[in-house]
Design a protein around this ligand. Structure first.
Ligand SMILES: O=P(O)(O)OC[C@H]1O[C@H](O)[C@H](O)[C@@H](O)[C@@H]1O
Length: 323
């Protein structure tokens, strides 16, 4: 089921997706921003700050902001570009719907394919086109489309397309700035980025090579891992939950946690909230994307949350990454 509703507390419009198993997702038109993703038990899987500000020009703190046409300060635009603080619209002419069933994660690691082809995965298509305000700061005609699909089984897929509707080339960087909800970030580890090179945002983007076996957290982290595998696992020991992030067209992965000091400096973020979030962002940053007139780029991120008990109590990252 898909419905457009007005959020009672903020007055903002959002699209609510519900799949028959009970999982839900919601997408605010402001920012084309996924602000909630819950599993069939109603547990929230994305972090949204209790201090998030739902008012332009501030982007919503948490969920999945879209960074376009610039990631971070990699250019002359405002941090992370303007897509996250513009009002998007529901696409009146979306491409055909996704196949009725691609399977989902049923919690024991196998893909469910219960032949219920009558069931449609709820999805919504949003679009952001250049307007006069954008043209003043980024003089290119474009269409940015976002499809959010809530799979039967609860997986969350974001498919983004950028089309060059201009008469000259343009170049952009991009990220799906995903805030995951975790029990305690110091009990979390990321698998899949070991031995990779990263640009350290805390050290003027100097390039380093990841040495550790897995990435764990005991201080501020702000890194752009470049040319990563298509699958990354975020293992929350305390919650006994593993997020699996799969991506296409987005070669890099940004990992961010502001930790204590930066958390205190942010007006729209609680002082202690850094403990309960971790950003792992599918991104295209190191090698900006150039589109010729009429060309289209596509990026995709699929998130699933599986109970760690699925590995019989024994976390097996190899299975997560190669399974
Ligand atoms: O505060 P924001 O503009 O939303 O940015 C939040 C964070 O986003 C990314 O993860 C960047 O790598 C960080 O440098 C930045 O601090």
């Amino acid at each position: 089921m898909v419905e457009l509703v007005k959020d009672g507390s903020t007055g903002m419009e959002k699209v609510v997706l519900r799949e028959p198993g009970g999982a839900t997702a919601q997408v605010h038109l402001y920012g084309g921003h996924v602000t909630s993703w819950k599993n069939e038990k109603g547990e929230e899987l994305l972090f949204l700050s209790s201090k998030a500000i739902f008012k332009p020009p501030k982007a919503i703190r948490g969920g999945i902001p879209i960074c376009f046409p610039q990631f971070g300060t990699f250019g002359s635009l405002e941090q992370h570009g303007f897509a996250r603080n513009r009002f998007w619209v529901i696409d009146p002419n979306p491409p055909p719907p996704p196949p009725a069933l691609t399977g989902g994660n049923n919690g024991n690691g196998t893909s469910s394919n219960n032949n219920s082809s009558s069931k449609q995965q709820p999805f919504v298509d949003l679009i952001l086109k250049h307007g006069e305000d954008e043209h003043k700061i980024w003089p290119h005609s474009f269409e940015l489309c976002l499809r959010v699909v809530l799979g039967l089984g609860g997986d969350l897929t974001l498919i983004t397309r950028v089309r060059n509707t201009d008469s000259k080339n343009f170049t952009f960087t991009f990220a799906l700035h995903t805030y995951l909800s975790v029990s305690d970030v110091s009990e979390v580890r990321i698998e899949g980025l070991e031995t990779l090179d990263y640009l350290d945002n805390l050290k003027d983007r100097e390039r380093f090579t990841e040495q550790g076996n897995a990435i764990t957290f005991d201080a501020e982290v702000d890194r752009i891992y470049v040319g990563t595998p298509t699958k990354i696992a975020i293992i929350d020991h305390e919650k006994k939950r593993t997020f699996v992030l799969k991506k296409e067209g987005l070669p890099d992965a940004v990992v961010w946690n502001p930790w204590e000091k930066k958390a205190r400096a942010m007006v729209d973020f609680g002082d202690e909230e850094y403990k309960h979030m971790l950003c792992v962002e599918a991104a295209a940053v190191e090698k900006p994307i150039t589109l010729k007139p009429g060309e289209e780029w596509r990026g995709r991120q699929e998130l699933s949350a599986v109970p760690s008990s699925y590995f019989s109590g024994q976390l097996d990252p190899i299975k997560v990454l190669q399974g």
